[in-house]
Design a protein around this ligand. Structure first.
Ligand code: PLP
Length: 401
């Protein structure tokens, strides 16, 4: 008998478990719209050309594989903060940002969660309802209490802005407010620039601390600056804030686990102390981060030629997603004579579309149509081709009615 008899079977992950089920399906029309990973029009994984170029440079230089410092690669930390805030941002110039390289977005969020648990005992993190499935896991694991603020309005398939503001207002003073910097996951619904200002107003009024999760900079609109506008608006007001960054999507570095945690403090002195504590948290967890992805980012962002090539490839990826979004909308509108308004699909941005399909309808998508998606009704448009829009529209239409 095993000493591990008491260990029960864990449930499959709601997002990564979808890919496992997809692999096991042998139907020829099967579609994996679960995980948020970019595919080409042929539905193949895509390695960016600039990434290959940067890797070739790295090979030519014959760089070594010595340990990085706990906080990561200095050249990476510099460019990642500059990319986020803009080079001439006073928070950068005055060295008010504590930046440490993290294990992509997830690892960076987890580091900050540990810092919150240590230095803000009892403080709550407010997260949007709904949100990316892993947020709750991360704060639960770090033993940080969280509660939800209203975000999605099923009636309009849009933003419940009044509910959002009311809930942020009602939260205990000094709470952390988790915000998706752009391309909200899973809904694809972002506040307007005017709404962002009002969100900043209540957050300041209540002395809350904004905590941005930026997993799609440049990937949502195709513009790095536009997608960072929300974060920069808050930084310009002199608010202290946290930002987790990920290069999984915008540079396609999913499995390299490259990202960063940036904490903007009101003084360089506070930033230095915060950074020292982030390092202290990282050391017993994973000691120091991996170098390969950090060097790719440093090379791409640090070289003007590669940087502009990257921007062009990002626009290409964002453009392909916009094209399938339009085609899906066209196909659904043509099929559905009931007068149902499908325009919400066009209003959403980023990789995902929140279809409004409930769990039973999502099950029908998978069981009858072999379309794999998360049970909250989210589909990843990055896994869809123009050629398969019609088939997907049939599946959605059938599941709805
Ligand atoms: N945050 C959000 C909102 C995401 O959608 C994702 C990825 O899907 C992540 C963070 C983190 O991903 P990674 O850990 O691969 O950077």
């Amino acid at each position: 008998v095993s000493r591990f008899e008491g260990v029960t079977m864990a449930p499959p992950d709601p997002i990564l478990g979808v890919s496992e089920a997809f692999k096991a399906d042998t139907h020829e029309m099967k579609l994996n719209l679960g995980v948020g990973a970019y595919r080409t029009e042929e539905l193949q994984p895509y390695v960016l050309k600039v990434v290959k170029k940067a890797e070739n440079l790295m090979l030519e230089r014959g760089e070594n594989k010595e340990y990085l410092p706990i906080e990561g690669l200095a050249a990476f930390n510099k460019v990642t903060a500059e990319l986020l805030f803009g080079t001439d941002n006073p928070v950068i110039q005055k060295q008010r940002v504590a930046t440490v390289q993290g294990l992509s977005g997830t690892g960076s969020l987890r580091l900050a969660a540990a810092l919150i648990e240590r230095y803000f005992p009892g403080a709550k993190v407010l997260i949007s309802s709904p949100t990316w499935g892993n947020h709750k896991n991360i704060f639960n694991d770090a033993r940080v209490p969280w509660s939800e603020y209203r975000y999605y309005d099923p009636k309009t398939v849009g933003l419940d802005f009044e509910g959002m503001i009311a809930d942020i207002k009602a939260a205990p003073e000094g709470s952390f407010v988790l915000l998706h910097g752009c391309a909200h996951n899973p809904t694809g619904i972002d506040p307007t620039p005017e709404q962002w200002k009002q969100i900043a107003d209540v957050i300041q009024e209540k002395n809350h601390i904004p905590f941005f999760d930026v997993a799609y900079q440049g990937f949502a609109s195709g513009s790095l600056d536009e997608d960072a506008a929300s974060v920069r608006l808050f930084a310009a007001r002199g608010i202290e804030l946290l930002v987790a960054q990920s290069y999984s999507k915008n540079l396609g570095l999913y499995s390299e686990r490259i990202g960063a945690m940036n904490i903007v403090c009101s003084s360089a002195d506070a930033a230095a102390r915060v950074k020292s504590q982030l390092k202290r948290i990282a050391r017993p967890m994973y000691s120091n981060p991996p170098i390969h992805g950090a060097r790719i980012v440093a090379n791409v962002v640090g070289d003007p030629g590669l940087f502009s090539e990257w921007k062009a490839e990002m626009e290409m990826m964002a453009g392909r997603i916009k094209n399938v979004r339009q085609k899906l909308f066209d196909s659904l509108s043509a099929k559905d004579k009931s007068g149902k308004d499908w325009s919400f699909i066009l209003k959403q941005i980023g990789m995902f579309s929140f279809t409004g399909l409930n769990k039973a309808q999502s099950d029908n998508m998978t069981n009858k149509w072999h379309v794999y998606m998360t049970k909250d009704g989210r589909i990843s448009l990055a896994g869809l081709s123009l050629a398969k829009c019609e088939y997907l529209a049939d599946a959605i239409f059938d599941s709805y009615h």
